[in-house]
Write a protein that binds this ligand. Sequence first.
Ligand SMILES: Cc1cc2nc3c(=O)[nH]c(=O)nc-3n(C[C@H](O)[C@H](O)[C@H](O)COP(=O)(O)O)c2cc1C
Length: 180
Amino acid sequence: MSVVAVDQAAFRRVLGHFGTGVVVITGAGPVGFACQSFAALSLDPPLVLFCPARKSRAWPALERAGHFCANVLSESQQPVSTVFGRSGDDKFAEVSWSPAPSGAPVLTGALTWIDCSIEAVHEAGDHYIVVGRVETLGETTPERPLLFYRGAYAGLGPTSQPPPPDLEAFLTGLHPDDWM
Ligand SMILES: Cc1cc2nc3c(=O)[nH]c(=O)nc-3n(C[C@H](O)[C@H](O)[C@H](O)COP(=O)(O)O)c2cc1C
């Protein structure tokens, strides 16, 4: 089978059409970086995943700490994402935070947060797949999420419908074809 080389620019352009939320993965140090490769992975046991680049400077410190906190950013936190989306030593200079039970920073103003221990790390091309076991779930706020789509930040916009009241049933009512 011949392997067709995928053009990197085309890969970024096409994959950029998959809109996501934005989290800041933080850890004791403090260290942190902006991340869109974050997802819920398993309900039982409660696992999530994120994918740091091999060149990430924050990742080695996170791996040593053995814990991380995923801060889900709200629409008004685009400047926070910009700061954590760049390499640098003073990312926390302009942001206020308080420690999660693991000691990892919970950024003030985050939509919610998920505090985790590192369960497994898998190599995958120029990134790692990090599996986290959820230890503590943060409070949620009525803010709206910061989104990232086609290389730019976006918001939900004024017209979007509020989530259905029985979100709990939607998320945890296990139906055969539910994805989780
Ligand atoms: C919206 C957004 C999403 C990002 N998603 C990821 C990601 O999923 N994985 C990753 O390794 N870097 C991602 N980055 C890039 C890192 O945040 C960036 O390279 C940062 O400088 C890494 O910091 P570090 O070198 O201190 O780890 C993203 C950046 C932005 C702005």
